[in-house]
Design a protein around this ligand. Sequence first.
Ligand SMILES: NC(=O)c1ccc[n+]([C@@H]2O[C@H](COP(=O)([O-])OP(=O)(O)OC[C@H]3O[C@@H](n4cnc5c(N)ncnc54)[C@H](OP(=O)(O)O)[C@@H]3O)[C@@H](O)[C@H]2O)c1
Length: 271
Amino acid sequence: MIIDGTAIAEKITEDLKKQISELKTKPGLAGIIVGDDPGSKIYINIKEKKCKELGIYFEKHELAADSTEENVIELIQKLNTKKEIHGILVQIPLPEHINKENVINTIATEKDVDGLHPVNMGKLVRQEKGIVPCTPKGCIKLIESTGIKISGKNAVVVGRSNLVGRPVAILLQHANATVTVCHSKTQPLIDYTKQADILVVAVGKPGLITADMVKEDAIVIDVGINRTENGLVGDVDFENVKKKAGFITPVPGGVGPMTVAMLLENVVERI
Ligand SMILES: NC(=O)c1ccc[n+]([C@@H]2O[C@H](COP(=O)([O-])OP(=O)(O)OC[C@H]3O[C@@H](n4cnc5c(N)ncnc54)[C@H](OP(=O)(O)O)[C@@H]3O)[C@@H](O)[C@H]2O)c1
């Protein structure tokens, strides 16, 4: 079965819209983009459009590519104390001369709606209440949408970035899966992926996961987004793996829309 991330995300945003209409305070999100990265421009515009649809106040801050790290940090410091703003997101990648960690670490932890600040990451590891990063949170909701219990399952996460792989693995562990994390030095990858009842792939390599690497009836969550001459594809050979998996997310239309829905949820939860 194909997991329809678009439909699940739409249902979540519809519920949020209703919730927002009943709030006394209108939630506010500030989006910062530095430079001209075309992907970042598309993503920030999608977020802006969704905020408008839902009744979330959105402030877009577009900074020139030659802005300094201090410029970005000063802007964040102002937004940290602005009462209309409940969430701040910085579109990644940033230009090379700007240190991403210094920028993220400036965001007030309670406004860090991407859940990337070390304090929120620490709370995630310790299973304390904090802000959970959007893509990993979306992956878990997609797995839950299958109705299959995570507890007791063998979960394999391919990729260990702070953005996706690592937090997904932590969330799966919190949900009582037995988790294996694979990465570029894992040898051979197939020995691990074949054991997975739940397989989450967040690498950025088209066709990395082929049907022979997947266990019969597994849940396969493809986080990868790769622009190829055949259009947008994930890390999983979707056409062949879908014949073997129990559930699989498509690209596009799987994890992507859920990431945006989880961002909106994180903003509303700040009120
Ligand atoms: N759908 C969404 O909303 C969404 C959100 C975020 C990201 N993404 C996409 O998800 C993908 C991953 O993003 P990311 O930020 O996590 O990327 P990243 O920071 O580049 O991390 C990639 C991870 O994959 C591992 N890796 C590389 N080659 C491998 C191989 N041959 N076998 C096994 N593991 C391998 C790397 O291992 P090492 O640690 O050993 O280097 C690393 O841990 C990208 O395509 C990105 O565009 C999608």
